[in-house]
Design a protein around this ligand. Structure first.
Ligand code: ADP
Length: 258
């Protein structure tokens, strides 16, 4: 189900360094928050790369810039300096509208807070992004049912979030993240609200999706259990990447390993 080629994907450049298999590439990313009274340098020149089909954890102490990096990489937030390429496309060269459209077509998001609409049942929550992007209701419903089946929730499609357990709710958000057949799924503390057994089951599910469907996953997390399930752990501190461990090292220039 993953791997639908959109316009941007079709232009996936090999890049100057021939890194065609790097679905995500970032160089020298700087992001400063200016609150008016103070400036916080959240990212201080981050280099980062992910290969297609890789499952990567970004770890580090609270405040080191993990969420900021995820927001910048996924185009939710703009960078002050540096360049981010997704599928060979320089994000900064897209108009706001093209970037929003690209996000809707090619990305899925899983957050700690489920962000499910309480008045909608599971299948309605899952189909919502499709309806918003203009897919016909019948087709959207079929895809949403399929996505719920993928996460093992077909029996729960007519239940509202309040009638689901925490683990089931997080599965609904995964189904919603998958329903547009994304190339990249971003997770921000995807297990943060779950007990360890449920978190474990969720990671099993994400790993299976990664292996069976070749889904690329980037997960920001405090949870060592999440890192253990990933191909690679990128470690951050004080707005910088300070190292990485794992068995599939795609090392961008200037990043230490170990
Ligand atoms: P992490 O995800 O690793 O906990 P964040 O990316 O959330 O770190 O934050 C990095 C730094 O940027 C922190 O010092 C944080 O306080 C600051 N920061 C994050 N978002 C904002 C914001 N919207 N305005 C001001 N400062 C922010």
């Amino acid at each position: 189900m993953v791997g639908r080629d959109g316009d941007v994907a079709a232009t996936a450049a090999t890049g100057a360094d021939g890194a065609a298999d790097r679905i995500i590439r970032a160089e020298g990313v700087v992001k400063t928050y200016d609150t008016g009274t103070s400036k916080v340098q959240a990212l201080r020149g981050v280099d980062f790369a992910v290969e297609r089909g890789e499952m990567v954890a970004v770890m580090g102490p609270s405040g080191c810039g993990k969420t900021t990096l995820l927001n910048c990489l996924s185009g939710l937030d703009q960078v002050d300096a540096g360049t981010i390429w997704l599928e060979g496309q320089d994000l900064a060269k897209l108009s706001d509208r093209a970037r929003t459209d690209y996000r809707a077509r090619r990305m899925g998001f899983i957050f700690q807070v489920y962000n499910l609409l309480p008045v909608l049942n599971a299948v309605e929550n899952v189909e919502l992004p499709l309806l918003v992007s203009g897919v016909r209701p019948k087709a959207a419903r079929v895809k949403a049912e399929e996505a719920l089946a993928t996460v093992g929730l077909q029996e729960w499609a007519r239940h509202r979030p309040a009638g689901l357990s925490g683990g089931q709710r997080q599965r609904v958000t995964i189904a919603r993240a998958l329903v547009n057949e994304p190339a990249i799924v971003w997770g921000d503390e995807p297990t943060g609200a779950l007990d360890s057994k449920t978190a474990n089951e969720l990671m099993e599910l994400l790993r299976t999706l990664n292996e069976r469907q070749g889904l690329t996953l980037v997960l920001v997390t405090h949870d060592a259990g999440v890192g253990d399930r990933c191909d690679r752990i990128v470690r951050m501190r004080d707005g910088q990447v300070v190292g990485q461990t794992g068995h599939r090292l795609a090392v961008p220039a200037g990043v230490a390993t170990g």
